[in-house]
Design a protein around this ligand. Structure first.
Ligand SMILES: Nc1ncnc2c1ncn2[C@@H]1O[C@H](COP(=O)(O)OP(=O)(O)OP(=O)(O)O)[C@@H](O)[C@H]1O
Length: 612
């Protein structure tokens, strides 16, 4: 399977994980969860106190049962006082345990809900700010699953510690100490068998169960990634009748998950059998020692009754310890991805002390810029210098792969340049805050992505507090109003995931309305390559005209009608600007690059004639 695209895409984090040392991983997870626990110190402190108290009560219940048996054995029907007292203590302790356990439950509910929200919020905030490159290389479905799995794993981890491991630890230490004090031989048997039990359980879990768990989990992520990839690209699947191929791809990935899941679950079951054998042996040893002590007159029948009850108590907690160790392992592994998000560099981060950019005129300058994509082998731009004057409308033209999109991505600082500077009104884009930079640049992408929200909310995305009136004005200028009338709920119509319920031309107009409303001093426009009907073409051309007036505008132009409107045209070829001028000037050059380019691109459809 390693040669499937899915496997290749997910391979890197898997390698990293297997290399990371296990103890360091546990320390990382502990510092992560304690960070959230300690955000609510009173809640966390309350849980600890209530849990320790309730467990100590639980430990004393078997002792009280032994005391009751002794009181009954020594008592008579004429004097029931001691028996009733022992009974009251026994029942009272049972009730106190049940109540204190509920108190812990209420406190844990609050702590868990608050910290799960905080973990989700923090992970989402971080992932959103990862670079465009990171998002291009990650499956959206896997990322969503990793975050939600991290949140639920934290919850399970907290529950396991508060209701499982912590009480088990207190019970085991408490019971061993009581036995040691009263009957050292029993204390030794109890403490010794617990140590052996824990050592074997942990070793089996870590060395035998965990590796299988990790592998099954990775294939679980791949399965979600494959599902999400195919479902999001359903249009392409349908368009190329790829359903059967996608079924096969999913079945292949699911098949890989299936046998790994069975192996992982089987290993957990085998580990459970081993634990049961150890527990039965321990029960026998404790009981045998108790009977021996009774035969030597060192223990009363009540002591034996208490011993039997205690033995059930310990084995109950210990049996669960095996389960808890596995749960902790699983949740630690499941939190790994969220931890990786938390610890990962932002790739493109604000410089220390970065200030918001102030764009008044909108002059863009590339000063000796050298840039190449990571792993591309060679730089795309080498010592590129160009100045775009304020308010200029510049068309970027060139063959596919010439560097037009990269040029505008660098202006938005989606990537950092290796050498040189990109300046907007004299401010280096690498020195200002990314938020302010992107606020200053409006964008109309080739394939506008809309949210599955109302049309109005989509238009107002760049200006969320815009009034209904402002939204409608922008919609009017972008000719959105012409198709709104046909929508069932007008501006309140939900546009479908990614705007699927609108046509390509309509989506472009929504994106233009969005940019009009955002009213940024700099504008980037990537024209749709697909041909539009003459009406859409006309509307879009007109909307672009209005939108770009008075703003510095970079247009990746695919239409002759748009190119003709430009104040200036930059012709890109293999990362170089080979010609610079207006349409008429460039066309007038016999044998000029632009002229030849236009002719070839028009023949191949990369540039389209305006629809008449
Ligand atoms: N994220 C990336 N990682 C690596 N290489 C990339 C990446 N994006 C683009 N490239 C490469 O950089 C070069 C320039 O691409 P760019 O998208 O800027 O071209 P373009 O002129 O906009 O093309 P088009 O008109 O087809 O959109 C191409 O060779 C492309 O394969």
């Amino acid at each position: 399977m390693s040669d499937t695209p899915v496997a290749a895409k997910e391979a890197k984090p898997a390698d990293k994980r297997s290399n990371s040392r296990s103890s360091a991983k546990y320390a990382r997870v502990l510092s992560f969860v304690s960070h959230y626990w300690l955000q609510w110190p009173w809640l966390f402190g309350g849980i600890l106190v209530a849990r320790v108290g309730s467990t100590l009560v639980d430990v004393s219940v078997p002792l009280a049962s032994g005391h009751l048996v002794d009181a009954i054995a020594a008592g008579s029907r004429d004097n029931t006082g001691p028996v009733l007292r022992a009974m009251a203590i026994f029942v009272g302790l049972g009730a106190l345990f049940a109540m204190s356990r509920q108190v812990v439950g209420f406190l844990v509910n609050r702590l868990s809900a608050r910290s799960i929200t905080a973990i989700g919020r923090d992970a989402f905030a971080k992932v959103q700010r990862f670079s465009a490159e990171w998002h291009a290389n990650s499956f959206a479905g896997s990322t969503v699953r990793k975050i939600t799995r991290g949140m639920t794993s934290y919850d399970t981890f907290t529950d396991t510690v508060c209701f499982g491991l912590l009480p088990a630890f207190i019970v085991v230490v408490g019971v061993s100490a009581v036995f040691w004090w009263r009957w050292p031989i029993l204390g030794m048997i109890v403490a010794g068998s617990i140590v052996v039990f824990l050592a074997v359980t942990v070793a089996v879990s870590v060395l035998y169960v965990r590796p299988a768990n990790v592998e099954a989990r990775e294939w679980d992520s791949r399965m979600s990634g494959t599902l999400a990839d195919s479902i999001t690209a359903n249009q392409a699947v349908k368009g190329f009748a790829g359903e059967t191929r996608e079924d096969r791809l999913f079945a292949e990935v699911a098949g890989n998950w299936e046998w790994r899941a069975i192996r992982s679950w089987d290993r957990s079951a085998i580990s459970g059998i081993l634990q049961s054998i150890m527990l039965v042996t321990m029960q026998f040893a404790i009981l045998a020692a108790g009977v021996m002590l009774w035969s030597e007159g060192k223990a009363t029948p009540g002591d034996i009754a208490g011993l039997i009850a205690t033995q059930f108590l310990i084995t109950g907690y210990l049996r669960d310890i095996g389960q808890h160790v596995r749960t902790i392992q699983r949740t630690v592994n499941d939190m790994d991805d969220v931890l990786e998000f938390r610890e990962a560099d932002l790739q493109i981060a604000d410089a220390p002390g970065a200030r918001p950019i102030v764009v008044s005129a909108g002059r863009i300058e590339f000063d000796n810029v050298t840039f190449g994509y990571e792993g591309a082998g060679r730089a795309l731009f080498r010592n590129l210098s160009v100045v775009i004057e304020p308010g200029q409308r510049v068309g970027l033209v060139g063959h596919s792969g010439a560097g037009k999109s990269t040029f505008v991505k660098l202006v938005q600082r989606f990537y950092d340049v290796q050498e040189g500077e990109i300046l907007i009104d004299g401010q280096n884009v690498a020195d200002v805050t990314q938020e302010s930079l992107r606020h200053a640049i409006g964008i109309v992408p080739q394939e506008p992505i809309l949210f599955h929200r109302s049309l109005a909310a989509n238009i107002a995305y760049g200006q969320p507090d815009a009034s209904a009136q402002e939204i409608e004005t922008a919609a009017h200028l972008a000719h959105v109003d012409r198709f709104v009338a046909g929508l069932p709920k007008g501006y309140e119509t939900l546009v479908g995931e990614r705007g699927i319920k609108l046509s390509g031309g309509e989506r472009q107009r929504v994106a233009i309305a969005r940019a009009i409303l955002a009213a940024t001093p700099v504008l980037i426009l990537d024209e749709a390559t697909s041909s539009l009907d003459s009406e859409s073409e006309l509307y879009i051309r007109d909307a672009i005209e209005r939108l770009s007036s008075g703003r510095t505008t970079l247009v990746i132009a695919h239409r002759l009608s748009t190119i003709r409107q430009m104040d200036r045209i930059l012709v890109f070829d293999e990362g170089r600007i080979v010609e610079d001028g207006v349409h008429a000037e460039l066309m007038a050059r016999p044998g000029g690059v632009y002229r030849r380019l236009l002719e070839t691109q028009m023949s191949t459809g990369e540039i389209v004639e305006a629809a008449e």
